[in-house]
Design a protein around this ligand. Sequence first.
Ligand code: ACO
Length: 452
Amino acid sequence: PKDVGILAVEAIFPAQYVDQEQLEQFDNVSAGKYTKGFGQAKMGFVTDREDINSLCLTVTSNLLRRYNIDKSTIGRIEVGTETIQDKSKSVKTVLMQLFEEEGYTDIEGIDSKNACYGGTAALFNSLNWVESSAWDGRNAIVVAGDIAVYPKGPARPTGGAGAIAMLVGPNAPLVVDRKVRSSHMQHSYDFYKPNPLSEYPTVDGQLSIKCYLSALDKCYQRYCTKAEKELGVKHMSLDQLDAFLFHSPFCKLVRKSLARLVLNDFVRLPADEAVSKYPALEKFVGVQLEKTYADRDVEKASMDSSEDVFAAKTAKTLRISNQVGNMYTPSLYGGLISHIISRSPSEHAGSRIGLFSFGSGLSASMFSIKFAADGSPGSPLHQLCSQLAFINPMLERRTCVPPEDYTKVLADRERDHKLAPYTPSAPIDNLLPGTYYLTHVDEMYRRTYAVV
Ligand code: ACO
């Protein structure tokens, strides 16, 4: 099949959020730490009415409805999540409720787990299937969803929640480039969830940032080498890409990551060319990247050298991250949606973007997407872009909840999230029509849902 990639995108964010400026005051940290230091404005969170099953049910049923998808055309569903509701039963099997009543049960795929990387694993599995001998002509649905919550302390403001769904198949307006995917995978204890009784990760925040940045370097170097071979690009650099999207734990880390790619571009050039293109980096000729993760001089010089590139290629991809927080597996794809809605279809036509996916523990990949050459009205690219007009209104209609109430929701979750039987009590009146919500957990931990 030709032009295998993303045919349609859907997303759901929690109907309530906590304001990061209010949270700074409530947590008694210096003003600006979360808003400027992390680059975050709002953090979405769910009440006891929503869990990973309901988020994925909502986003998948919205995708089916918005794009009028005939269920007989779906041959695979892959879910990426690190929000483990059940140690055996996959979220994918829960999603089968949307298909089985009409007799559609011949659908492959289950869940992929590794921190924030599962959505990308699900996407790669789906692309591979469409390109393989096992493919039967049907499309795949990729779902990524998570609820990111942290204990009280420095990581709590870097939470978030949400889900995305993507339709994957041939003749797509967003084609995933073949043979250029690069990965870096390694064993590390930077962020992990060893305690089955707690929803919270065990996290070494500074180590996780170092892991993220070093995986970024490795993936970028490998991606550039492959792109030069496979895409007919003479010298790969950010100049060849119209935008660069990152997994976003918080926006400031993405700002630093883009600076890191500029530093990589500097290192990949012969010294004389490098210095004339990036004069502010002159004293770092010959620098060894792996020795610079804690080097503030290198960081400052590469931040200064990357301001224009950041504004042009990455700043606008952070809208959802800034407004919702770290959604974990959907984070990178929230970046994709933010990028799509930031430009017109004709501006996107023919462009190429780079994407970096990272999951602690750790697994990371880089890949690129080429937008279709035709963005005119009626084209598949134009349709995909137009369908996302609901995103900004959905972000705007959310309810702001005071930090006190947010803290109580998390304290109640700590107490209740493993209880059975359990009947949730949070109000449902602010949920968007079409949202699935939990009605009951019975004494055998079986969960039932209803739709607004
Ligand atoms: N005004 C402006 N900036 C401020 C202020 C202020 N009042 N106060 C602090 N800052 C800046 C700091 O200077 C720092 O910026 P810098 O990195 O450019 O120096 C930034 O805010 C963060 O401050 P730190 O003191 O480094 O933050 P802290 O150590 O308290 O927490 C951390 C940060 C480690 C990321 C924590 O939130 C965490 O553990 N989060 C979860 C793990 C995570 O997200 N890891 C990322 C990859 S893995 C994943 O996606 C889960």
